[in-house]
Design a protein around this ligand. Structure first.
Ligand code: SF4
Ligand code: SF4
Length: 107
């Protein structure tokens, strides 16, 4: 199973809706809803072209860090889910337009 499914196809790390970054950081420390979160590892493909063939790791991203402490699934800045969905759509050009759709408010 791929760890990060992502529909932000304008990101350099995206290949067929799967993330291939070496490591991803999800941010949004006091998020109350999923749109308060974002993927800070987003890179605009129109500036950076495609980076999915990185040399440090084979295959899709398996390193997921997250500073969203208000999420049920956050434990010591790591995500405890096996797989998450990152969303943003086709025309994202800045990282704040992305979100972790798997976010669930703690409590
Ligand atoms: S937006 Fe984030 S999760 Fe999606 S492909 Fe880019 S780096 Fe990976
Ligand atoms: S599900 Fe929660 S803990 Fe996991 S990456 Fe998304 S916001 Fe962070």
């Amino acid at each position: 199973m791929d760890k990060i499914n992502c529909n932000v196809v304008s990101c350099s790390h995206n290949k067929k809706q799967v993330c291939y970054a070496n490591c991803v950081d999800i941010v949004g420390p006091s998020a109350q809803k999923h749109s308060d979160t974002s993927c800070s590892s987003f890179l605009d493909k129109s500036h950076y072209s495609r980076l999915t063939n990185n040399v440090l790791s084979e295959g899709s991203c398996d390193c997921l860090q997250c500073s969203v402490e208000s999420c049920t699934y956050n434990s010591n800045h790591l995500c405890t889910l096996e797989s998450i969905q990152v969303s943003g759509g086709e025309n994202v050009d800045y990282y704040t337009h992305t979100a972790c759709s798997s976010f669930k408010l703690e409590g």
